[in-house]
Design a protein around this ligand. Structure first.
Ligand SMILES: CCCCCCCCCC/C=C\CCCCCCCCCC(=O)SCCNC(=O)CCNC(=O)[C@H](O)C(C)(C)COP(=O)(O)OP(=O)(O)OC[C@H]1O[C@@H](n2cnc3c(N)ncnc32)[C@H](O)[C@@H]1OP(=O)(O)O
Ligand SMILES: Cc1cc2nc3c(=O)[nH]c(=O)nc-3n(C[C@H](O)[C@H](O)[C@H](O)COP(=O)(O)OP(=O)(O)OC[C@H]3O[C@@H](n4cnc5c(N)ncnc54)[C@H](O)[C@@H]3O)c2cc1C
Length: 667
C-alpha cells in the first residue's frame, strides 16, 4: 500500500517541525530548569543515548498486548539487562539517575525493585542503627536481597494506630513474635510483596509485657534466599489485577507466630533492651519517615506523569487537523482552537509548578534526614509533614484531572491504549490513595493550619512558621495590574479567610458541647478546603520564586507567560471564595479572564517545545500517538496490525460460535 511507504516517514511530521522552529527558547536550556541543573539534564540525555545503544533494552512487544505475567517477566528481564550495564549507564547509588533509568527502560507500570528503592532502602537509611545498616543496607544496595514496605492491612490503611499485626517481645528468647491475629490483620497492598520480595519492612504493633507501643518498623525475611519458598509461618501471595500498576505484584502477607531476633526491630531512634525495657524515640512519629520521603517526592513524580500525558496530547494536537478557521483551503491544527488550549495549557503550567515544588520538597526531606540522623534534630518534622500531606493530596488530584483532560483532548485516539494515556491515568491516580488517602492527608494539613490560627487568636503570631505567616496579613485592596505579588496577596487573603472560617466553625461546635473529634468531623469539608487553598498558595509562591531565579532570558520569558497563565487560572478557579468575601470585584474578575485568554495566545507558539523540553524518549513515553516523529497515522496502523487479534484472519470465536450460529440461522 503506497501510503505506508517508508520514505514518507523519514524525518518528522512537518507540522511538528514547524512548531519546533517557531519556539522562542532552547529546549536544552529549559530542561536544565526542569531537572534542576545543567549537569543532571545533560546526564539524563547521556543515559538516554546509552540506553538506545543497548538492543536488549529496546521495546519488545507493546505493553498493551501483554498479560500481567508477561509484563512482570518483561520488567524482570529488563532489570537483569540493566544490572549487567548498571555501572556503565549511571553513577552507582545516584538516586535521581537510577530513577531516570527505571522510568525510561521499565516504565511506570511497576517492577520488583520499585518499593525496594523507594521505601525499603530509605527505611533502612532512616530507621536502622549503624550496626543494622552494616548488616542489611549493603546487601540491599547490591540487590542481593529484594525488599518491600509492608504496612497496610486488609482492614486498616489510613489509621496506623489501629494496625493489628503484633510483634510481641519474648525476653526469654530475645525474639519478637510476629502474628496476624485476624483476617483483617493480613498485610494487603504492599508493592512487590506478592511474588518478588524475599525481605520486607513490616510495620507492626510493638507489644512488651502486654503493653502496646504502637506501630514500629521491623526487618523480616519472608522467603528462603536459595529456593525463594516462603519460610514456615509465613503466608504470602499476589492480590490480583488492579486498575493499573499491573507490572507490580502487590501482595498479601500473614504471620503465624513467626519469630525474628530482637535485632530486627529497626533501632536507630528507639530500642528494646534484652530485658524488654523500651527507650522511646526523640519524636513519636519518626517511624513514619519513609512515608514522608515518598510524599516529598510526589509533586515531582506526579508532575512527570502529567507531563508525559501532555507531551502526547500537545504533539498530537499539533498534528491533528479538524475543521476550519479563516483559511478554508486547509483544515486547522486542533491546537489552534481556544478550547483546546484552555484544556491543555493550564495543565502545562501546573506541571511546571508541581515540578518546581517537588525540587524544593525533595531537598527539604534530605535536609531533615541529615538533621535527624546527624544531630538528633526533629524540629523540622511537623512542618514537612503538614506541607507534604497537603501537597500530595493537591498534586495527585489535579494530576488526575489534567491527564483525563489530555486524554479527551486526543478525541477517539486518546481512548485507545495506543495513546498510553489511560495507563498513565491509572498509575497517577493511585497516588490519590497510596501514601495516605487524600482526604485523610488534607485533614493532617488542616491540623497544622488550625493550630496556627489558634496561635494568632491567642496573640502569639511570632510563634508561626514562615509558611503560616500569611495568616497575620491584614485585608488590603489589591491592584492586580501590579504583577504576581498582587495575585499572591489576594490568594493569601482567600486562604487566610477560609482557614479562620473553618477554625471558627470547629470552635463553634465545641462551644456548643461537641467533643473536639466530633466538632472536627462536622467541620471537615471546610477544613479540607482551607488545606487546599493553603497548599495551592504554597505552589504558586514556589512557581514565582523559581521563575524569578532564572537567568536565561528566553527561557524566563516563556516561563513568565506560563506563570501568568497559572496565576490567572488559579485565581479564577477560587474566585467564588473571593467574590463571597468581597476580596475581589467583578471588574477584577473580567480582568483576570482577559489576562488568561491572552496568556493562551502567548503560549501557543511554544506549546510543543514546552513539552519537548522534558526530553522523554519514545521508549519512556510508550505512546504510539505521542512519538517525537509525529507520524501518528502510520504509527497507529502499524500498532493495530500488531494486535494479537490480527495474527490470524479467522478467530476461533468465529469458527466455534459465530459461524455455526449464522449457519443455523440460514436453515
Ligand atoms: C538507587 C535508587 C534507585 C531508585 C529507583 C526507584 C525506582 C522507582 C521506579 C518507579 C516505578 C514505579 C513507581 C512506584 C512507586 C510507587 C510507590 C507507592 C508507594 C506506596 C506505599 C504506601 O502506600 S505505604 C503505606 C502508606 N500509608 C499511609 O500513608 C497511611 C496514612 N496514615 C498516616 O500516615 C497516619 O495514620 C496519620 C498521619 C494519618 C495519623 O497518624 P497518627 O494517628 O499516628 O497521628 P495523629 O493523627 O493522632 O497525629 C498526632 C500528631 O502526629 C503528627 N504526625 C503524624 N504523622 C506525622 C509525621 N509523619 N511526621 C510528623 N508528625 C506527624 C500529627 O500532625 C499530629 O500532630 P499534632 O497535630 O501536633 O498533634
Ligand atoms: C497502587 C497502590 C500501592 C500501594 N502500595 C503500598 C505499599 O507498598 N505498602 C503499603 O503498606 N501499602 C500500600 N498501599 C496501600 C495504601 O497506602 C492505602 O490503601 C492507603 O493508605 C489508604 O488506606 P485505605 O485503603 O485503608 O483507605 P481507607 O482509610 O479505608 O479509605 C476509605 C475512605 O475512608 C475515608 N477516611 C478514612 N479515614 C478517614 C478519616 N479519619 N477522616 C475522614 N475520612 C476518612 C477516606 O477518605 C476514603 O474516602 C498501596 C495502595 C495502592 C492503591
Amino acid at each position: 500500500m503506497s501510503f505506508l511507504n517508508k520514505e514518507i516517514c523519514d524525518g518528522d511530521n512537518p507540522d511538528l517541525t514547524e512548531e519546533r522552529r517557531t519556539a522562542t527558547f532552547d529546549t536544552d536550556r529549559m530542561a536544565q530548569v526542569i531537572y534542576g541543573s545543567e549537569k543532571f539534564a545533560a546526564r539524563r540525555r547521556q543515559i538516554t543515548k546509552s540506553i538506545s545503544r543497548i538492543p536488549a533494552l529496546q521495546d519488545t512487544k507493546p505493553l498493551a498486548f501483554m498479560t500481567r505475567e508477561e509484563k512482570i517477566t518483561e520488567a524482570c528481564r529488563e532489570l537483569d539487562v540493566l544490572s549487567d550495564h548498571w555501572e556503565q549507564l549511571i553513577y552507582v547509588n545516584d538516586e535521581e539517575e537510577a530513577l531516570h533509568l527505571h522510568r525510561e527502560v521499565i516504565g511506570m507500570e511497576g517492577h520488583p525493585f520499585a518499593l525496594h528503592e523507594t521505601m525499603f532502602i530509605p527505611t533502612l537509611v532512616s530507621q536502622a542503627s549503624d550496626e543494622q545498616q552494616e548488616k542489611w543496607l549493603g546487601r540491599a544496595r547490591k540487590r542481593e536481597i529484594i525488599g518491600c514496605y509492608a504496612q497496610t492491612e486488609l482492614g486498616h490503611g489510613s489509621n496506623l494506630r489501629k494496625l493489628e499485626t503484633t510483634a510481641t517481645y519474648s525476653p526469654s528468647t530475645q525474639e519478637f513474635i510476629l502474628h496476624t491475629p485476624t483476617i483483617t490483620a493480613l498485610k494487603w497492598w504492599p508493592g512487590a510483596l506478592g511474588k518478588s520480595s524475599n525481605y520486607a519492612i513490616v510495620m507492626a504493633d510493638l507489644v512488651i509485657k502486654n503493653k502496646s507501643y504502637g506501630p514500629h518498623p521491623f526487618i523480616v525475611q519472608l522467603r528462603d534466599e536459595k529456593t525463594h519458598q516462603p519460610l514456615p509461618g509465613i503466608t504470602v501471595g499476589d492480590i490480583g489485577p488492579k486498575m493499573a500498576f499491573n507490572g507490580a505484584d502487590n501482595g498479601f502477607l500473614g504471620f503465624d507466630h513467626f519469630r525474628i531476633p530482637r535485632g530486627n526491630l529497626l533501632m536507630r531512634h528507639n530500642r528494646v533492651e534484652p530485658d524488654g525495657s523500651y527507650l522511646k524515640p526523640p519524636h513519636a512519629k519518626i517511624g513514619y519517615s519513609s512515608m514522608v520521603k515518598v510524599r516529598s517526592r510526589m509533586a515531582m513524580d506526579q508532575g512527570l506523569f502529567m507531563a508525559q500525558a501532555l507531551v502526547i496530547a500537545v504533539r498530537y494536537s499539533a498534528v491533528r487537523r479538524q475543521g476550519f478557521l479563516e483559511d478554508k483551503s486547509q483544515e486547522v491544527k486542533v491546537l489552534d482552537y481556544q478550547t483546546q488550549q484552555h484544556r491543555l495549557f493550564p495543565s502545562i503550567a501546573r506541571v511546571y509548578a508541581f515540578i518546581f515544588c517537588g525540587l524544593e520538597t525533595i531537598q527539604l526531606y534530605e535536609k531533615l534526614i541529615l538533621d535527624v540522623n546527624k544531630n538528633g534534630d526533629t524540629s523540622g518534622m511537623a512542618d514537612l509533614h503538614s506541607l507534604t500531606s497537603g501537597l500530595k493530596s493537591v498534586v495527585t488530584h489535579f494530576t488526575g484531572q489534567g491527564i483525563e483532560q489530555a486524554r479527551m483532548a486526543c478525541g477517539g485516539h486518546g481512548y485507545s491504549m495506543a495513546s498510553y494515556i489511560s495507563e498513565i491515568y491509572g498509575v497517577a491516580v493511585a497516588g490519590c490513595t497510596y501514601e495516605g488517602e487524600n482526604m485523610v492527608m488534607l485533614l493532617q494539613c488542616a491540623r497544622a493550619l488550625v493550630k496556627a490560627v489558634e496561635l494568632v487568636e491567642e496573640g502569639h503570631p511570632e510563634k508561626l512558621s514562615p509558611m503560616m505567616a500569611y495568616l497575620t496579613k491584614p485585608s488590603v485592596t489589591v491592584d492586580l495590574t501590579v504583577g504576581p505579588e498582587a495575585y499572591v496577596k489576594i490568594f493569601q487573603l482567600i486562604a487566610k479567610k477560609q482557614a479562620f472560617k473553618a477554625t471558627e466553625q470547629l470552635h463553634k461546635f465545641m462551644v456548643a458541647g461537641d467533643s473536639r473529634d466530633v466538632a472536627w468531623n462536622k467541620s471537615a469539608v471546610e477544613l479540607t478546603k482551607a488545606s487546599r487553598l493553603h497548599t495551592r498558595l504554597y505552589i504558586l509562591k514556589t512557581f514565582i520564586r523559581r521563575v524569578e531565579s532564572i537567568t536565561d532570558i528566553s527561557v524566563k520569558a516563556a516561563l513568565t507567560d506560563l506563570l501568568n497563565l497559572h496565576l490567572n487560572y488559579e485565581l479564577l478557579d477560587v474566585a467564588s471564595y473571593a467574590l463571597a468575601d468581597g476580596i475581589m470585584s467583578s471588574t477584577q474578575m473580567d480582568f483576570i479572564k482577559n489576562q488568561l485568554y491572552s496568556s493562551l495566545e502567548k503560549i501557543r507558539p511554544n506549546a510543543v517545545s514546552l513539552m519537548d523540553s522534558f526530553q522523554f524518549s519514545d521508549l519512556q513515553l510508550r505512546s504510539v500517538l505521542g512519538r517525537r516523529d509525529g507520524h501518528v497515522y502510520q504509527n497507529l496502523f502499524e500498532w493495530a496490525k500488531s494486535s494479537p487479534l490480527n495474527q490470524s484472519e479467522v478467530l476461533p470465536s468465529v469458527t466455534q460460535y459465530l459461524k455455526p450460529m449464522m449457519e443455523k440461522s440460514k436453515l
